[in-house]
Design a protein. Sequence first.
Length: 108
Amino acid sequence: MKKTPQLVFLLLLGAGCSASPATRESIDDPGQLLFNGYVHESVDCYACHGGAGTGTWKGANLVGIGAREDRAEIEKSIRSGPGIMPAYEGKLTAVEMNEIIDWLETLK
């Protein structure tokens, strides 16, 4: 079968984000627990950004994001979901949002 670029794209698109979360036993940070889907099933940042935030083919590498963006910019991105990222407005409390941002700022 001849593989066309469209077919390859559709296969990749159908695969969705497929990164694995960090193991629960390896996490002691509340923000990382949220990021990895262990607090809310609907908050699964790891699926596109990887369990350690290092990115996948679909989600950006978030290592160093605290140096590139301030807290307000990070929060805006999480709330509104830029590009193909889903919006998490209403899915996180203010405390949970701050916990995720606190953890993201530790990624160096």
